[in-house]
Design a protein around this ligand. Structure first.
Ligand SMILES: CC(C)(COP(=O)(O)OP(=O)(O)OC[C@H]1O[C@@H](n2cnc3c(N)ncnc32)[C@H](O)[C@@H]1OP(=O)(O)O)[C@@H](O)C(=O)NCCC(=O)NCCS
Length: 171
């Protein structure tokens, strides 16, 4: 199975915020944005493994700035680390006002996807090989983020989270 680079899975989604996407303040609804992010991230994961995927988990998302009606949403997604059958996808989201010609950061997030075989069982995915300094930094933090997710999802005992413990315990 050939390894892949983060740039191989790069997926860029652009959406226009229409009235049906907004809340009563005229801003993009968080749920609509998370839906678009789920699709962009799933496409990135599918590009990486060339197989169908399901969303296994979504990390904490903080919305830093509202995206206004009539503005444009840009989502950039790429696989940031591959494990056995799961892949972490990193996303950057920003808004753009074409009329006043400025861009603003909305949020960043990590989604995790699992590749499935034709029987619906998790299947192995290609290794991820990083190239840039930013990709390496995000890659290195992925083991810790994975352990937090698995603990919160009831799939790992906190005692087994060696990467997390290493941050706090000096032998
Ligand atoms: C995600 C799913 C495929 C995992 O299946 P499973 O039988 O629990 O399989 P395993 O425990 O062997 O885990 C398989 C992989 O999923 C990962 N995983 C499981 N739960 C996870 C979670 N909460 N967060 C992140 N990764 C998770 C495991 O770490 C493992 O990754 P690895 O192979 O790279 O080590 C299964 O729980 C599922 O189908 N969930 C529903 C998915 C879905 O419907 N998504 C849409 C949301 S509505």
């Amino acid at each position: 199975m050939d390894s892949k680079k983060p740039s191989d899975s790069l997926t860029v989604m652009t959406e226009l915020v229409l009235p049906n996407d907004t809340n009563t303040f005229g801003n993009l609804m968080g749920g609509r944005l998370m839906y678009w992010m789920d699709i962009a991230a799933a496409l990135a994961a599918m590009k990486h493994c060339n197989a169908p995927v399901v969303t296994a988990s979504v990390d904490n998302i903080s919305f830093e700035a509202p995206i206004k009606l009539g503005n444009v949403v840009h989502i950039e997604a790429r696989v940031s680390r591959a494990f056995n059958s799961s892949m972490e996808v990193h996303m950057k989201v920003w808004g753009e006002d074409f009329t006043h010609q400025y861009k603003y950061k909305s949020n960043t997030a990590y989604y995790t996807f699992v590749a499935l075989d034709p029987n619906g069982k998790p299947r192995k995915v290609p290794e991820l090989v990083t190239e840039t300094e930013e990709e390496k930094k995000i890659f290195e933090g992925a083991l810790r983020r994975r352990q937090i997710r698995l603990i919160l999802g009831g799939k790992m005992k906190p005692d087994d989270a060696t990467e997390l413990k290493a941050l706090f315990v000096n032998d």
